[in-house]
Ligand binder design. Sequence first.
Ligand SMILES: NC(=O)c1ccc[n+]([C@@H]2O[C@H](COP(=O)([O-])OP(=O)(O)OC[C@H]3O[C@@H](n4cnc5c(N)ncnc54)[C@H](OP(=O)(O)O)[C@@H]3O)[C@@H](O)[C@H]2O)c1
Length: 319
Amino acid sequence: MHISTKTPKCFLAGHTGLVGSALYEQIKQQGQYELITCPHKQLDLTCQNEVESFFDTHRPDIVILAAAKVGGIQANRTKTADFIYQNLMIQSNVMHQAHRFGVKKMVFYASACTYPVKAAQPVTEDQMFAGPAEPTNAAYAEAKRAGVIMAQSYAHQHQMNVITIVPANLYGPGDNFNEQDSHVIPALIWKFHKAKQEQAPSVKVWGSGKAIRDFLYVDDLAELTLQLLEKYDSPEPINAGSGEGTPIGNLIETIQQITGYQGRIDFDTSMPDGAPKKVLDCTKLTQLGWKAQTPLHTGLMQTYEWFLRRLKTHENIRK
Ligand SMILES: NC(=O)c1ccc[n+]([C@@H]2O[C@H](COP(=O)([O-])OP(=O)(O)OC[C@H]3O[C@@H](n4cnc5c(N)ncnc54)[C@H](OP(=O)(O)O)[C@@H]3O)[C@@H](O)[C@H]2O)c1
């Protein structure tokens, strides 16, 4: 990346979210960029005029697009229009204005959900378009696929330096603990925490526990993003995973243990598991000399501690 000697201005979109808040802290600590942020209620990224005017005013050198419509299985399979519309609009508006205002480098996040449900495991980046995505998150996945093509198209036609990072399942402090649209880890933490408080005899969990997922701690992704901003300059997607597959059943046992819940676990097999296995091949990252540093148990402990602190101070648990 070639940027002038003054401190580059970095627009971090979605700075209050899981990924955005981890990036916010690291950028603040390192001080390598002048941060530009704006809360959702003051800048709706689905609105073309607002995004254009924001870029015109702030003229960022770098854009990290950590804003998106994101959620767990239940939200994905019910709010399908929200997922496709909001993601298409946010990424189109931000990428197009980044191009128009001469942004030097942009980061776009796709997702492991973008890969075909039947992709060979661990999933390599070249399988992105090799078949349909998992039906329970098809609207989100197709929007993300469009984002990948968009990044490649802007790179091809306009020589824009836009990179696509494909994260595995993320978790960590700052996650969305809202019962309606949370991902598996915050949903389980809530469930077990509540069951312990209420001394419930059992906890019902969705699915069979057999599905295998790749869980990446959000601080590891933030650290990786900042490294890739410096040393990865290709529109070809790059996977960002932990390098390990964890059966959901094992995850459940670990969260049960961390929360100290001692009752029974009932698997509700009438609920969907989602894709049977989603683990990312991280050869490209290994070649760049990067490896995730946070073991799952440590990351879960830190997430639970964050959750407990938030409950204690009666802060909004969403963020
Ligand atoms: N979480 C995962 O497991 C995961 C896995 C793979 C890839 N990713 C990708 O990583 C990126 C970040 O995800 P995340 O988990 O950090 O999401 P998140 O926690 O839900 O945060 C999303 C952020 O975007 C903001 N936002 C949403 N709609 C907006 C809009 N119309 N205008 C302005 N801001 C808006 C949100 O603000 P408000 O909360 O105020 O609305 C929030 O700050 C996304 O591209 C996602 O697809 C996430």
